[in-house]
Design a protein around this ligand. Structure first.
Ligand SMILES: Cc1cc2nc3c(=O)[nH]c(=O)nc-3n(C[C@H](O)[C@H](O)[C@H](O)COP(=O)(O)OP(=O)(O)OC[C@H]3O[C@@H](n4cnc5c(N)ncnc54)[C@H](O)[C@@H]3O)c2cc1C
Length: 492
């Protein structure tokens, strides 16, 4: 069954300087990169971009302060870096070599263009310049008022950002902690840039990061008072920079400026009837550690196949509700990760003491590995129940006997039953779900001690076995995620 999807986007123009380097730079984590790989989009995402009209080359990624260091950073916690050469990847028992690495950076504008092109190629209609104003749920229909028109559908997913109209109109509760600071990302020209120290610095009043030639991020603990309340003027940025850095630098031009805060709120539910939330509409937090976009794409990957199965009518009972039960705890963890960084950044003595301890720990191999696991999402495990340690984790990228990789086999968006004991009774079992999952038998270059595993369309392991597979267990897992088996004759 073909499903029809309509996207209503309020912005007329997808292009914005805030979606370009340096402010539009986004760090992608392992689950996000894997998602692109498993949908065959990684080559487009990583394709080199033509040079933009940028005469001073202000925005080249190499100007980021962390690219200007000799030792390769693997990420940071509240600005405290940990380094690639200190991360013990041998601890990542279920990670195999894969074209999908654990981190990369990308420009938002390019990412959005790739996603929009894919959606359009799949028949999704994107209508720009339509701002959703109101919605109503009635029976099996959700209707939406946008741009003077009414649109109707069977389901509505609010992906309309942190100030989501959909969230408010559908009556979702949005709870959490209020901001402690205003963050600034500015691009400036300075008369005397050498007075400002390069890199990240904690100061008496907050924190700043300076990358040449004029990109500055600042955090001022003002209770989030400035964010969106006043226009960002050169004079204001100058005053904040003086307060934060104590350096007597003179800003001569303000080219670009945006603010953000550490407000951390999350919807208590992700579904209200036929309205669902995903991305910043469901959760907001500070950009510290670069998690928000990854969290939103993780929501999308989790929700997409479940909603499609629900609409097609072949979803297992309660499948759609597992979206919130799996993703809400992941969102809550990210909000806490962001709050912990704020606690460490406060300009007071207790936070400096805490900072010293974290600096010591992050320098150790175990410490760097722990932070790398959290920031890159390698340790992410969604709660699916099940006793095998791989269940709920991203499937290892097995290299199969024919040279193909597991990630490539997931491109059609179906589930996968991988059977390392060819000819086992799993094949007969798989026939019952042949329209929803692919059965692949054979061996793999390194099968990590597994005999079989069931992978969901989002690449998450739903069931795994190290020994001769228990057929009842496997059938239960298949029906839990793919609904009732169809009689073989019917599905053949
Ligand atoms: C300085 C900074 C750095 C960051 N760095 C990172 C990073 O490195 N890694 C990372 O993972 N995250 C990062 N983030 C967070 C990340 O950018 C966001 O979490 C992410 O963009 C959220 O995506 P979204 O699609 O949910 O919401 P948005 O990006 O806000 O998109 C919402 C869309 O909905 C549209 N819209 C809004 N209202 C309506 C309406 N009523 N009707 C129709 N359309 C509407 C908007 O025009 C917009 O296109 C950073 C954020 C900031 C501020």
């Amino acid at each position: 069954m073909d499903l029809s999807v309509l996207v209503l986007e309020q912005a007329e123009d997808p292009i914005s300087p805030l979606k370009r380097l340096p402010f539009g730079m986004r760090g992608l984590s392992a689950p996000t990169i894997e998602a692109f790989y498993r949908r065959g989009m990684l080559d487009d995402i990583t394709a080199p971009q033509p040079a933009k009209d940028d005469p001073g080359n202000r925005s080249a990624p190499a100007s980021a302060h962390w690219m200007q260091q000799a030792r390769r950073p693997a990420g940071h916690f509240a600005g405290i870096q940990f380094y690639q050469d200190n991360v013990d990847t041998a601890k990542w028992q279920y990670r195999l070599p894969s074209p999908a690495g654990t981190s990369m950076v990308i420009e938002m504008e390019h990412l959005e263009a790739v996603l929009a092109a894919r959606a359009t190629a799949m028949g999704v209609e994107i209508r720009r310049g339509f701002s959703v104003e109101e919605l109503e749920q009635s029976g099996e229909i959700v209707s939406v008022r946008a741009g003077g028109e009414t649109f109707e559908g069977r389901w509505l997913v609010g992906c309309d950002g942190g100030r989501s109209t959909v969230r408010k109109a559908a009556g979702f509760e949005f709870v959490g902690t209020d901001p402690e600071f205003t963050g600034y990302s500015v691009e400036v020209e300075m008369a005397d840039p050498d007075k400002l120290q390069l890199g990240r610095h904690y100061t008496r009043t907050g924190m700043y990061t300076y990358s040449r030639p004029g990109t500055i991020a600042m955090v001022e603990f003002d209770g989030g008072a400035f964010h969106r309340t006043q226009p960002i003027t050169l004079e204001h940025v100058q005053a904040v920079l003086h307060r934060i850095s104590d350096a007597n630098v003179t800003i001569t031009a303000l080219q670009l400026a945006t603010t953000w805060t550490d407000r951390a709120h999350q919807a208590t539910e992700y579904r209200n009837g036929r309205v669902l939330l995903a991305g910043d509409a469901a959760h907001v937090h500070s950009p510290l550690g670069g998690q928000g976009l990854n969290l939103g794409l993780g929501d999308a990957m989790n929700l997409g196949w479940k909603l499609a199965a629900t609409i097609r009518g072949d979803a297992a009972d309660g499948l759609l509700d597992t979206y919130a039960s799996e993703r809400h705890p992941v969102g809550a963890q990210v909000l806490d990760w962001s709050r912990a960084q704020v606690a460490l950044m406060r300009p007071n003595r207790s936070s400096r003491a805490l900072e010293a301890i974290i600096r010591d720990l992050i320098e150790t191999r175990d410490g760097a590995t722990y932070f790398a696991e959290r920031v890159s999402g390698v340790s992410l495990r969604q709660d699916l129940g099940g006793s095998h340690p791989l269940v709920g984790r991203s499937a290892p990228d097995f290299e199969l006997a024919d040279g193909t990789k597991l990630g490539e086999r997931l491109r059609r968006g179906q589930g996968l039953l991988l059977d390392f004991g060819p000819g086992s009774p799993l094949q007969a079992l798989a026939n019952g779900w042949s329209e929803r999952m692919t059965y692949v038998a054979g061996t793999a270059k390194d099968r990590l001690g597994l005999s079989a595993l069931l992978v969901r369309p989002d690449g998450v392991v739903a069931w795994a076995s190290d020994t001769a597979p228990d057929l009842e267990d496997a059938a239960q897992a298949a029906s839990r995620w793919f609904g009732e088996a169809k009689p073989v004759a019917e599905s053949a």
